[in-house]
Write a protein that binds this ligand. Sequence first.
Ligand code: HEM
Ligand code: HEM
Length: 172
Amino acid sequence: MTRYRGVVVFLHWLVALLVIVSLVVGKLWLAPMANAEPFKLTLLGGHMLSGILVLLLMIWRVAARWRGPDPAPANAGQPLLDFAARAAHAGLYLLIFGMSLTGIALSQSVGLPAIVFGGEGALPASFEQFQLKSVHEMLSGLLIALIVLHFAAAIWHQVVRKDDVMARMRFR
Ligand code: HEM
Ligand code: HEM
């Protein structure tokens, strides 16, 4: 077996898309927007639903990986690099779960579901006073860094090593 099964490939690309969109929208649009802005509720609602969808897809993904079978680990030519790849993949899993869970915890502590989806009350002036917001923000920085590294590693395999690791994550 030289490639991941269809369900794992599907979940990799769907989660990748949702996470990249959440990161870009979160950093460039959501965070700079004042909570008093009426459109903030719509944007937050979309962000919350997509973050919960990511959590459900990740639970499915862990179950799918658990059930196996998976291809043998890719070979980067050096044990240290192979270890780094395994650590980076585990880090990506942990950070994605961390983003969804800190997002949900922040939302619960502010009472966001009732405000955003129930129309009850107003948003606090800002989320800055909530410590969970700082954790959510810090994890988002780590996740962006790890995704950049992951992307660079995929390109390195493709361009420098020319070992077609990309084929392991390609749709048939
Ligand atoms: C894949 C999961 C998620 C990702 C990648 C993500 C990403 C982000 C990013 C990048 C920010 C901006 C952070 C900054 O200030 O620099 C943010 C803010 C926020 N996120 Fe998430 N998020 C996720 C899930 C969730 C979930 C599930 C919820 C709630 C149910 C949530 C609620 C929030 C809230 C309330 C903010 C603060 C917005 C503001 O500062 O105005 N997030 N998120
Ligand atoms: C941006 C373009 C991306 C490319 C070109 C890419 C490519 C790949 C490739 C080729 C593999 C297989 C590596 C191997 O077999 O050892 C892989 C695995 C993986 N990728 Fe990506 N990826 C991308 C984005 C992402 C993003 C955004 C995430 C996280 C949100 C992610 C998370 C993972 C994880 C966790 C694995 C390990 C396999 C697993 O356990 O599911 N990737 N990626």
